[in-house]
Design a protein around this ligand. Structure first.
Ligand SMILES: Cc1cc2nc3c(=O)[nH]c(=O)nc-3n(C[C@H](O)[C@H](O)[C@H](O)COP(=O)(O)OP(=O)(O)OC[C@H]3O[C@@H](n4cnc5c(N)ncnc54)[C@H](O)[C@@H]3O)c2cc1C
Length: 227
């Protein structure tokens, strides 16, 4: 999986879906995604420098328009789009989310897990992780019910309270992250853009801290970056 942001406010994503023959990349299937703010979103217009215009509704499903826009993408996103075969069908969706809140469990007979409970924007890639955490927490609580240590009503309520707080926080963080990824100005000031994603950075930072214990976190040279 690889992803990128575009100065005009696009977030770009490529993921491998299927690898029938590892030695023949031409047999692999990829999923390409592009997200952007709605053109009628005032923040979208301001941040996109006019790149997102009227006609974006067509961009959603028109391969020619998508390819024209992709001329400005960096690699490998540009080629990945330009090489899409004629007739490839594009699918569109609007990102949506909701913050989970407590519900009537009907005496512990109704529980909600996964995206049904806490759909979140996907750029941070945390939806499934929380779905697995939901299942893990609830399973352990139900095991306690089976062992006679808890009532079913109490166990499901305990699960609900834990999930609403944990996943609710993630829904909010994910939305914040999605918002930032479509805002070039903000993103360009982030730590990842200012410092990069060097896998050795941790070691270097630790070494730096050892050498300069009073150095302020988040500073690059004479510039201070946002966390
Ligand atoms: C592009 C993208 C990238 C992502 N990347 C990550 C990532 O890196 N890490 C991560 O943790 N999460 C990621 N996620 C989120 C993750 O995919 C979801 O959180 C997860 O799939 C949710 O699982 P779920 O079982 O709750 O719901 P779903 O996967 O939506 O499963 C629900 C199922 O119910 C079926 N269904 C619906 N209605 C009915 C009905 N009436 N009767 C019977 N069946 C029905 C649906 O067909 C579906 O199969 C990503 C999501 C997207 C879109």
């Amino acid at each position: 999986m690889t992803h990128a942001i575009h100065p005009a406010g696009y977030w770009l994503f490529i993921a491998i879906q299927d690898v029938p023959d590892p030695n023949k990349p031409e047999t692999w299937t990829f999923q390409l995604q592009c997200t952007w703010r709605k053109p009628d979103d005032p923040a979208g217009e301001v941040r996109s420098n006019g790149f997102l215009e009227k006609g974006d509704d067509e961009f959603i499903t028109d391969l020619d328009i998508y390819k024209a826009r992709a001329e400005t993408f960096g690699e490998p996103f540009k080629s990945a789009v330009l090489w899409m075969p004629e007739g490839t069908k594009l699918y569109s969706n609007r990102l949506s989310y909701w913050v989970p809140r407590p519900w009537d469990t009907k005496n512990g007979r109704i529980a909600m897990l996964g995206d049904a409970a806490h759909p979140m924007t996907f750029q941070r890639g945390q939806g499934l992780n929380h779905g697995i955490a939901d299942a893990s927490v609830l399973t352990q609580l139900l095991a306690a019910v089976k062992a006679g240590k808890k009532t079913q009503e109490g166990a499901v309520k305990e699960y609900m309270d834990e999930m609403v707080e944990r996943a609710g926080e993630e829904v909010r963080i994910s939305m914040e992250n999605t918002d930032m990824l479509h805002d070039w100005k903000r993103m360009s000031q982030s730590a990842i853009m200012q410092r990069g994603g060097d896998p050795n950075e941790k070691k270097t930072k630790k070494e730096e801290e050892k050498a300069e214990p009073n150095k302020v976190d988040g500073s690059v040279g004479d510039k201070t970056v946002n966390p």
